[in-house]
Design a protein around this ligand. Structure first.
Ligand code: GLU
Length: 523
């Protein structure tokens, strides 16, 4: 601040002399432009990572990886009053969980760090000083009360509140006098008329005449912290960002950023604004909905690949939409020129189906399957714990067999510990009267099943069993195959519905089936 004050007391040059004409710039997609692609995801740690944030991060990641570039995580924590404890760590942890880790970040570090804006205050002070020197910025001594009053008056007359640029033309003498009373004024950026036009890689040519709709914005607050616009421009420059891919809500701010680049004499990056991610009905995907936070999806057993797949499937950026794409496929097929201005409509009801596909893919890979078996063991332990009649059900071979049999029928591993699947792990409570109500031949059928299990060739493959089960009603007048199946399903699982009986028997294994059937006979 001391240097800033000295700058304030020195006569300034007329504003804008350092300004570089932006001219018309060819849109560059990185490849072939020679310069390394460096992109960043720059969330404010004012909340945990949600689906909208994940999508912005993912598009940055895909673009970086497609062009052999770097993906940077920068946390914009300059508004210290809005920080949410744990959010900074959560954002980075969730990017790791999602399989799109940054190359440079607060946790990982990197050559252009630090990656937390609160640790880069010196850079913003230097930039502010440069702007003060040229007169592109000026100190503002307006009190909070005055600013509040301006706002109230504007609202009362149904106008958009804006600063009236009162401190814009203070003389050197006035500044010196005011500084004596208020040595830590906020610094405002002098908005030039005629904002530069720019070619957004998604939205095409744009220009927002900021000066005609806004007052001069504060770029450095009296506490020495910058506001978003200055910090973003300074960091994108110092971090060597080649392309800014961010939500379309920032499109209107880009002209302001370009004015800042111009005033600082810095070359701007390329810009690509991403259309909004909305609910299927077009409503806002609210951050306040607890269930759009990545943590909730992870806890509910959704796979990162399923989330990446669904959020790219509902938007543009690919030649075609197709379910089941993996991250390497997304990188290979991503094409920034295919992003359109249309909002992406997300239908979360389809997520279980996406998850089913990806779960199935993981089960087919031996290494991944081993990990899933470990996770399922933990889930069973957690869900049934002391109710487990026999620890043998947790045997990896048993758990793997169940997983292999049920894949394709389940959307999440958690489904395997749902009430419908509890018979796989615990003994069902079945009363004899329940069985007698289904068939008059309970004992006969039970004995036949036991014999079937004792006989040769009972390897308990589903095909063999299916053929044998068909024969069970033979010679029992009035007993239909469907009755027998219902009876066995209830005897084995305690439930009227569930997987096919042959599959149930294979899942449980011959020993367990025998025990459950014997229990029927002795009841
Ligand atoms: N901190 C801003 C946000 O949270 C970043 C905007 C940008 O990417 O420039 O949306």
């Amino acid at each position: 601040m001391a240097v800033l004050l000295r700058t304030l007391l020195r006569p300034g040059r007329p504003p804008g002399v350092l300004g570089r004409s932006l001219g018309r710039r060819e849109a560059s997609l990185g490849s072939g432009s020679g310069a390394a692609v460096r992109v960043r995801f720059a969330p404010s740690p004012t909340g945990f990572l949600h689906l909208g944030g994940l999508r912005t991060a993912l598009y940055n990641y895909l673009f970086a990886k497609k062009h052999g570039g770097s993906f940077i995580l920068r946390l914009e924590d300059t508004d210290q009053t809005r920080l949410v404890p744990g959010a900074a760590d959560n954002i980075e942890d969730m990017l790791e969980w999602a399989g799109i880790p940054p190359d440079e970040s607060p946790h990982r570090g990197g050559p252009r760090g630090p990656y937390l804006q609160s640790q880069r205050l010196e850079l913003y002070a230097q930039a502010t000083e440069a702007l003060l020197k040229t007169g592109a910025a000026y100190p503002c001594f307006c009190s909070a009360q005055r600013l509040e009053l301006l706002k109230k008056e504007a609202l009362r007359s149904h106008q958009t509140p804006r600063y009236d640029n009162r401190c814009r033309n203070l003389s050197q003498k006035q500044v010196a006098e005011k500084l004596a009373k208020d040595p830590r004024p906020a610094i405002r950026f002098r908005l030039q008329e005629e904002a530069p036009a720019f070619e957004d890689l998604v939205y095409g040519w744009n220009r927002h005449e900021v000066a005609s709709v806004e007052g001069d914005p504060v770029i450095l607050k009296s506490d020495g912290f910058p506001t978003y616009h200055l910090a973003c421009v300074v960091d994108d420059h110092h971090m060597g960002i080649s392309h800014v891919l961010r939500g379309s809500e920032w499109l209107v701010s880009t002209s302001k950023h370009l004015l800042l680049y111009q005033a600082l004499g810095l070359p701007p990056p390329h810009f690509a604004h991403l259309p909004l991610l909305l609910n299927r009905d077009g409503s806002k995907l609210s951050k306040r909905q607890g269930d759009i936070f990545l943590e909730s999806f992870a806890a509910a057993g959704f796979l990162p690949d399923a989330l990446l797949d669904i959020i790219t499937n509902c938007g543009s950026g690919f030649a075609e939409n197709q379910m089941g794409r993996t991250l390497p496929e997304l990188i290979a097929q991503f094409d920034l020129t295919r992003i359109t201005c249309h909002s992406a409509l997300l239908d979360l009801e389809k997520l279980p189906e996406f998850n089913r596909l990806h779960l199935r893919r993981l089960v087919s890979d031996e290494t991944q399957r081993r990990q899933l078996v470990g996770k399922l063991q933990l889930l069973v332990e957690e869900a049934f714990g002391s109710q487990l009649p026999d620890r043998a059900v947790l045997d990896p071979a048993n758990v793997e067999r169940i997983l292999l049999l049920r894949q394709g029928h389940i959307c999440r591993l958690q489904d395997l510990v749902s009430p419908a699947h509890s018979f796989l792990w615990t003994h069902p409570a079945v009363g004899r009267t329940q069985l007698d109500a289904i068939s008059e031949q309970v004992d006969v059928i039970a004995k036949r099943v036991l014999r079937l299990l004792e006989g040769p060739g009972t390897s308990l493959s589903q095909d063999v069993l299916n053929a044998e089960l068909k024969k069970l009603p033979e010679g029992l007048p009035g007993t239909k195959y469907s009755h027998v199946m219902k009876l066995l399903r209830v005897a084995l699982s305690g439930q009227p519905q569930g997987p096919p009986v042959a599959e149930m028997m294979v899942s449980l294994g011959p020993k367990e089936v025998r025990e459950r059937i014997q229990k029927v006979l002795s009841s």
